[in-house]
Design a protein around this ligand. Structure first.
Ligand code: NAD
Length: 251
C-alpha cells in the first residue's frame, strides 16, 4: 500500500495556489489541483508531473456543496484519501461600503467562507479515518482591516475563527488546522487591484515594497514555504495558529 499522502489545493490553477500545489508535490504528496475550470489547471499539473510528481486536475466551484462533494470523492478514488486540505480559492469584489452591493458581499463570503467550509467538511472524514490530517486556510492581512474591503476583510477574519474552531474540534483525531495571512503577494489578484485603481503594477509593487520592512513584495513561493511547514509531520503540535507572512510584523 502506498504511503503517499494526498492533498487538495483549491484555487490552484494559478498564483499562490499553484505555488502551494507544486511545493506540496515537491514534498512528496499527490496533489489534487482544484479550480473552477479543470482545463485551467493543466499548467500546474504539468509542472508537477514533469518533475515526476503525481497530480490530478479537478474542476469544481468551492462555493457549491454538490460540486465539492463530487470533487472530493473523485480525488479519493483517483488519487487517494485526501488528508491535507489547503483552502486557498479566493476572489475580491472591492468597493467602499456605500457602493458595495449585496452581491459583492455574498460572492466573497461564498467563495472564502462557504468554500472553505464545504471542502473541509467533505475531506474531514478521510482525515478522521486516517487519524491524521492537516488543514491550511488562507487568511490575509486584510483581516485586520483594509479600506474598500469590508466583505473581504470580514471573510478573512472569519477564516481565522474557522481555523481555530477546526483545531479544537479535530485535534483529537490527529488533525491540525492553521491559517496563513499573507501581506502583498505578487499575483493576478494584486495585478487586478492595481488595474482597478489605475496604477501601473510595477509602481504599485514599488510603493507597497517601500512600506514593507524586508523591502520587497511577497511571491507565491513565500506562502508555499509556510504551507509546507504547516502540513509537515513535525508540525503536529502547531495548531489553531495564524501566521502573518507579510515581510514584517502585523497584529
Ligand atoms: N495575492 C495577495 O496579495 C494575497 C494576500 C492575502 C491573501 N491572499 C489570498 O490567497 C489566496 C490566493 O490568492 P491569489 O493572489 O493567488 O489569487 P488569484 O486570483 O491569482 O487566484 C485565485 C484562484 O482561485 C480560483 N477560484 C476563485 N473562485 C473559485 C471557486 N469558487 N472555486 C474554485 N476556485 C476558485 C481562481 O480561478 C484562481 O485560479 C486567496 O484566498 C486570496 O484571498 C492573497
Amino acid at each position: 500500500m502506498s504511503t503517499q499522502k494526498t492533498a487538495i489545493v483549491t484555487g490552484a490553477a494559478r498564483g499562490i495556489g499553484a505555488a502551494v500545489a507544486k511545493r506540496l508535490a515537491d514534498d512528496g504528496l499527490a496533489v489534487a489541483v482544484l479550480d473552477l475550470d479543470a482545463d485551467a489547471c493543466a499548467d500546474t499539473v504539468k509542472a508537477i508531473t514533469d518533475k515526476g510528481g503525481k497530480a490530478l486536475a479537478v474542476g469544481a466551484n468551492v462555493a457549491d456543496e454538490a460540486s465539492v462533494q463530487a470533487a472530493v470523492e473523485k480525488v479519493a478514488n483517483e488519487l487517494g484519501a485526501p488528508t491535507v486540505v489547503v483552502n486557498n480559492a479566493g476572489i475580491t469584489r472591492d468597493n467602499l461600503l456605500f457602493k458595495m452591493t449585496v452581491d459583492d458581499w455574498d460572492a466573497v463570503m461564498a467563495v472564502h467562507l462557504r468554500g472553505a467550509f464545504n471542502v473541509t467538511k467533505a475531506a474531514q472524514k478521510y482525515m478522521v479515518d486516517a487519524g491524521w490530517g492537516r488543514v491550511v486556510n488562507l487568511s490575509s492581512t486584510s483581516a485586520l482591516g483594509n479600506r474598500g474591503q469590508v466583505n473581504y476583510s470580514a471573510a478573512k477574519a472569519g477564516m481565522q475563527g474557522f481555523t481555530k474552531t477546526l483545531a479544537i474540534e479535530l485535534g483529537k483525531f490527529g488533525v491540525t488546522a492553521n491559517a496563513i495571512a499573507p501581506g502583498f503577494i505578487e499575483t493576478e489578484m494584486t495585478a487586478a487591484t492595481a488595474e482597478r485603481i489605475g496604477v501601473p503594477f510595477e509602481d504599485f509593487k514599488k510603493a507597497s515594497a517601500a512600506q514593507i520592512p524586508v523591502n520587497r513584495v511577497g511571491v507565491p513561493e513565500d506562502i508555499a514555504h509556510t504551507a509546507s511547514f504547516f502540513i509537515s509531520e513535525g508540525a503536529g503540535f502547531v495548531s489553531g495558529q495564524v501566521v502573518y507572512v507579510a515581510g514584517g510584523p502585523k497584529d
